[in-house]
Design a protein around this ligand. Structure first.
Ligand SMILES: [Zn+2]
Length: 82
């Protein structure tokens, strides 16, 4: 057995999230950059905080998932993003 079941489920969830992620350029407009697309790690471009958005049970990103835990980019909006 190469992967535990949990790992495979996590991988499928990650793939779902990755397909829902906006482009690097769109994320940059929100003040974040992707540092690890595989695990969907984001980094705040203001304070450098790295954070991992928590998906819901369906594997969808929550509204405002791109917001820095420190609130740096909380004021940013994009009408075509969540
Ligand atoms: Zn920040």
């Amino acid at each position: 057995m190469r992967w535990p079941v949990v790992g495979r489920e996590r991988q499928e969830t990650m793939q779902k999230i990755q397909s829902n992620l906006p482009s690097h350029r769109d994320l940059a407009q929100l003040g974040v950059t992707i540092i690890d697309a595989q695990n969907v790690w984001l980094r705040c471009m203001s304070c450098g905080e790295a954070f991992m958005p928590t998906p819901d049970s369906e594997g969808h990103l929550r509204a405002g998932y791109w917001k820095c835990p420190n609130g740096c980019n909380a004021h940013m909006r994009r009408s075509d993003l969540h």
